[in-house]
Design a protein. Structure first.
Length: 194
């Protein structure tokens, strides 16, 4: 998430104080992403240095300074909003790593491992679904966050189902066989992103 661009978006509505920016950021994101006030002021200093915002009091970013977006800042915000995010290498997803490691650990019951994670995720989906039922029509920001989490968790559950099916079809490997080269796997995945 780009704090830099979130602050520019808030400033596009008009000049604001640093503390006001922090409060509005947290309010607009359903208070799901708390923001440290020091991070706000550090980001504002960088934005000012880069000519994307101006402050009334150029003596440094402080609580009494009012910040306003510049034309360059508006252009930067527009460009960011219109630019699709990069397809990046897969993150170091703990669940993926657990499964890859567990595949080589003697005595691990892989279907049981997958089922334990699936149960946890389904419970989280039920909690989000319950929360979704309590969201008022005017709480659009919160509804968007909850929808995003539900889709994200659903995708992980689908991956677990796919992993389970793949593991069931996997041919038995003789003991001592080496797993495929991680570097080779990494190169193949990198090729997909091109």
């Amino acid at each position: 998430m780009s704090i830099r661009h979130a602050l520019l978006a808030l400033l596009s509505e008009g000049p604001k104080y640093g503390l006001q920016l922090r409060q509005e950021f947290e309010s607009r994101t359903g208070e799901v992403w708390p923001l440290n006030v020091g991070q706000v002021y550090t980001t504002l200093q960088r934005l000012e240095r880069d000519g994307l915002v101006d402050s009334e009091n150029s003596g440094g970013a402080g609580p009494q300074n009012v910040f306003a977006i510049t034309q360059s800042g508006s252009d930067e915000l527009t460009e960011w909003l219109r630019t699709p995010p990069d397809v990046v290498p897969p993150p170091r997803d703990e669940l993926v790593i657990k499964l890859l490691v567990a595949m080589r650990v003697p005595g691990v019951d892989l279907p049981d491992l997958l089922q334990a994670h699936r149960r946890h995720l389904v419970q989280a989906m039920q909690e989000y679904t319950h929360l979704k039922g309590e969201i008022a029509d005017d709480e659009v920001e919160l509804a968007l966050i909850v929808d995003s989490e539900l889709f994200r968790i659903e995708a992980i559950v689908r991956w677990l189902d796919t992993a389970d099916a793949r593991l069931k079809r996997r041919p038995a490997q003789p003991t001592g066989d080496k797993p495929p080269s991680v570097a080779r796997l990494g190169r193949r995945i990198a090729g997909v992103r091109r």
